[in-house]
Design a protein around this ligand. Structure first.
Ligand SMILES: Nc1ncnc2c1ncn2[C@@H]1O[C@H](COP(=O)(O)OP(=O)(O)OP(=O)(O)O)[C@@H](O)[C@H]1O
Length: 296
């Protein structure tokens, strides 16, 4: 698959020394790519470069081979953007605003707009200034998707949405992915990334720390077994077995297994096991490792 969105050594240093440094990644055609990072990491700054709003200090970003800064107008024709902070014409109702945007784009057919309003249960006759944060977010999402663009750039799309609407959003992304759309979205929610994205990039303090394939990552997740043994004799067998484990309580241990279950099963068959539970390590635990300082 060819790369549709390309970010190459993108650097933007603000006068206060903050910003992004040497950010590089690409999003392939038809891919959903997640952009994760803690507050202030540089997600919005990167996405705003892709929209051509900002002059980079160095490096470049392109979509469909077009430079994001120089060809912004051309790129934006077939692109849906949801900004992190949405500014609306507050005095309009939801439907007036969406119709206004449709007309600006030269669209006469409002079918897709209406379908999206139904999907997100938007109270479209309410004035935007009287809407809650979540309602405004729905208006922003509908505006980003309603002209059926090939590329979507979404800055924290589920911010303010309740769990039901977050689920509707995930379903929409899956539908759009199946229709071949290319989507780049920033998020704080691992679950959302887990359910929608093929790959995810993590940015921290202005720099990309890793780009991971979600399926490969999940396939490689170790399994944790919490085992309660009957007595000290069993503990002795475990200690002498060469297995790697973490002691949780005097008779409770956690054993992490990646591929080979045999050594654990052979050792435990010599012990009296009182209780045993197993759970896969979550994607969230893996990502939290990248968020922290330990990967420096
Ligand atoms: N116009 C600006 N002038 C000065 N500093 C800025 C400007 N815009 C952003 N920054 C700084 O650049 C860094 C990256 O900010 P950015 O908004 O891109 O982060 P983010 O990852 O989107 O964060 P959040 O999750 O909180 O939205 C922050 O330290 C921010 O304070």
């Amino acid at each position: 698959m060819r790369s549709l969105i390309k970010v190459q050594s993108l650097t933007k240093v603000y006068s206060n020394g903050k910003g992004i440094r040497n950010v590089s990644f690409d999003v392939k055609e038809g891919e959903v790519f997640g952009f994760l990072g803690p507050n202030g990491a540089g997600k919005t700054t990167t996405l705003r470069h892709l929209m051509g709003f900002v002059n980079p200090s160095s490096g470049k970003a392109s979509i469909h081979g077009l430079d994001c800064r120089r060809n912004a107008a051309q790129i934006q024709k077939n692109l849906g953007y949801l900004p992190g902070e949405i500014a609306f014409y507050d005095n309009m109702t939801g439907i007036q605003f969406l119709t206004f945007i449709d007309e600006l784009r030269g669209r006469k057919d409002h079918l897709r707009r209406d379908q999206l309003m139904a999907r997100f249960e938007l109270e479209s006759d309410r004035k935007i200034r009287k809407m809650s944060k979540g309602m405004k977010q729905k208006v922003g999402l509908i505006a980003a998707f309603m002209h059926d663009p090939a590329v979507l750039i979404l800055d924290e799309p589920t911010s303010g949405l309740d769990p039901l609407m977050q689920k509707r959003f995930v379903e929409l992304i899956i539908d759009e992915r199946n229709r071949g759309k290319t989507i780049l979205m920033s998020s704080h929610l691992f679950n959302e990334i887990d359910h929608t994205c093929e790959r995810a990039g993590i940015i921290r303090e202005g720099e990309i720390v890793t780009v991971e394939n979600i399926r490969t990552l999940k396939g490689a997740l170790p399994q944790s077994f919490i085992v309660t043994l009957a007595d000290g004799e069993d503990m002795k067998i475990l200690r002498n077995s060469g297995l790697h484990y973490t002691q949780r309580d005097p008779l409770v241990v956690e054993i992490m297994i990646k591929e080979d279950y045999d050594p654990m099963l052979r050792t435990l068959s010599q012990c009296k096991v009182v209780h045993m539970v197993s759970s896969p390590q979550t994607l969230e635990q893996i990502f939290m490792g990248f968020y922290g300082k330990e990967h420096e």
